[in-house]
Design a protein around this ligand. Structure first.
Ligand code: NDP
Length: 338
């Protein structure tokens, strides 16, 4: 069967596409221009006609996906702006929300073969930042970032503009599905990752064009410039891609959101891991400071996630470790001459 992957030239979408192709699916990758489709066409040339590109220049335009959804059995919707640096929050919110709603409207009207739509949301749509440790689940929604953006507009926290775009996009998708439940012949699943790290398949001509999450990993581990006070959660891109495929394959997944998360981290954890690889991939990496690694006195993770639902329904029992992820990243960076 054939799957439309939106934002197909992106970091995560490239792994989703590859994993789909390996599992026997055909893939129609949506990109914004012919040029942006060239790399993946080459990358997946071994799959012949099972991989094709469709150009949708402006995903916010009404009916933008009308042609792209025709004849596909499923959709993996990943396209959405990823940046923490933006002035007007609308720059993120409009493509996130209108891109998603437009896709679902096209799917409703023209997706006559469609059985399932999977969307890539984010833990940004789930968390509330407080000063006490919390474990979040699929029951939680980030209202805090939406409120910050509503009240403060351009002056909202940069991260909250991105978080609001993800929260609003996912919420509007669920609302659309609920409001149209009698008319749609497919169901809806959401995959929710934290920070995503791991090797790269997509086109990155130089370091400055690296996607946000891998770029932060690179700066922290190779350059030693990860903020010492930073605390977060992560998953390997290969586990995340697998989760997207399981979300299509598991009948019982329909109508659910799933958090897929390998655990918490501080940048020092990855710095330590990189320095402990034997034999070393990079010699003379920055050593950082041991007092900021997880487990050190006073290092508290305020945010973590309950991943039992993904285990139970999708069957994700174990995650790629920090050691496996770091080794793959470093070998990839090294091979690129970075
Ligand atoms: P990338 O930046 O690598 O890919 C983003 C994709 O979305 C690209 O194909 C990009 O197209 C497309 N896109 C961005 N802005 C627009 C727009 N305004 N209109 C149309 N298309 C657009 O990011 P990732 O692979 O990291 O992210 C993919 C998805 O995963 C996003 O939904 C993101 O929110 C989510 N996610 C990512 C995490 C991470 O750590 N990487 C964590 C949690 C969620 P183009 O190249 O043409 O700009």
């Amino acid at each position: 069967s054939k799957v439309l992957v939106t934002g197909a030239n992106g970091y995560i979408a490239s792994w989703v596409s590859r994993t789909l192709l390996e599992a026997g699916f055909a893939v129609r990758g949506q990109v914004r221009s012919v040029a942006k489709g060239e790399h993946s066409k080459k990358l997946f040339s071994a799959y012949g006609e099972r991989y094709e590109i469709v150009v949708v220049e402006d995903i916010t335009k009404e009916g933008a996906f009308d042609e792209a959804v025709k004849g596909v059995d499923a959709i993996e919707h990943t396209a959405s702006p990823v940046t923490f640096v933006c002035d007007d929050p609308k720059e993120l919110i409009e493509p996130a929300v209108q891109g998603t709603l437009g896709l679902l409207r096209s799917a409703l009207r023209f997706g006559s073969n469609l059985k399932r739509v999977v969307m890539t949301s984010s833990t940004a749509a789930v968390i509330t930042v407080t000063d006490t440790p919390q474990i979040f689940s699929e029951l939680d929604w980030n209202e805090q970032a939406v409120k910050d953006v509503e009240e403060n507009g351009r002056d909202a926290l940069g991260r909250n503009k991105y978080r609001a775009s993800k929260s609003l996009a996912e919420k509007s998708a669920w609302r659309f599905v609920e409001e149209n439940k009698d008319a749609i012949g497919w169901d809806f699943v959401v995959i929710i990752p934290p920070y995503v790290f791991g090797p790269i398949l997509h086109d990155v001509p130089d370091l400055s064009q690296l996607n946000v999450s891998v770029s932060e990993f690179y700066q922290a581990v190779i350059k030693g410039s990860g903020p010492p006070e930073f605390r977060s959660t992560w998953v390997d891109v290969r586990d995340l891609a697998l989760a997207h495929i399981l979300a299509l394959q598991k009948e019982q997944a329909g109508g659910n959101r799933f958090i897929v998360c390998a655990g918490t981290f501080t940048w020092q954890d990855f710095v330590d891991t990189a320095n402990a690889i034997s034999p070393l991939v990079y010699t003379n990496l920055p050593k950082g400071s041991p007092d900021t690694r997880s487990g050190a006195p006073g290092v508290v993770h305020l945010i973590d996630f309950d991943v039992s639902k993904a285990r139970r329904v999708l069957g994700i029992e174990k995650y790629i470790t920090k050691e496996e992820c770091t080794l793959a990243c470093l070998e990839d960076f090294k091979a690129r001459g970075w």
